[in-house]
Design a protein around this ligand. Sequence first.
Ligand code: FAD
Length: 287
Amino acid sequence: MKIIDVLNSGKATVSCELFPPKTGEQLENAKEIVRQTAALNPAFISVTCGAGGSNAGLTIELADIAQNECGVPALVHCTCVTATNDQIAERVNAMKAHGLQNVLALRGDIPEGVTLSPDFTHASDLTAAIAAAGDFCIGGACYPDKHPESPTVAADIDGLKRKLEAGCQFLTTQMFFDNQVLYRYLLELLRAGVDVPVCAGIMPVINSRQIARSCALSGTLLPPRFKAIIDRFGDDPVAMKQAGIAYATDQIIDLIANGVTHIHLYTMNRPEVAAAILQNLSGIVNQ
Ligand code: FAD
């Protein structure tokens, strides 16, 4: 099933993101995580891939488990920052062979000391290549706090529009911790004529160390209310987990109350955290 049809069905949705292991040794454990996440009945499961694409085969294997074993639509992340046309064609053929129709087309962060792709500069180039290669539903990334390489939100949205012109049908946001930032951003998108479905990316923070690094890399701002939680509970794993689940739940309820109906959970491969949030939303989101 194409994700654009799920998002246009008129229902509120919660989807989940997982990441593959770095090597095949951890694959069985990762497959189990996919199965446990699928049992929560998310609208779709997305599986990330490394910026250099070295583990793209594992991404496809996990997406295959989600979709073909568990019956949950899968979204395959595909990065192009170091990829050649031939490598992307190989990944596209693998997706076709597994019946995987949904791709999140990404540039990837620019790694240090690697040779950049001779064929792709931006996600828009990859989007165009995938759109030309078959009948795929293509999504793209967007940034409520602005992509760190863009000088302004308006310049960032100009880049985003090129992805849409190339064939991107829906967007998933980078994590954000202040809903007001998202509401302002959605207004900017509407003003710029962007009206595709947007999945709001929510990261339940259960590990305070991981979040500082991720925010520095992605340019995501931490609001004072959230910083206070990390300062108070960051060294106590049990308290931090409870607080992180509560904060994410609170964010999602506010989003849905304000008409943002597609939520994408960055689960960090913790199905029990996604389960706790969905339990908190059981009367609000009926998947
Ligand atoms: P682009 O769309 O190319 O944007 C990068 C910058 O260039 C932006 O500043 C943009 O405004 C500008 N721009 C875009 N198009 C053009 C254009 N045509 N001309 C001029 N400027 C342009 N990384 C991974 O390595 N693996 C993953 O699986 C992964 N999953 C992600 C999922 C989501 C939902 C998000 C939000 C991010 C994800 N990332 C992932 C991180 C992402 O790869 C980085 O944020 C990367 O720096 C930018 O990727 P992009 O696809 O947004 O790039």
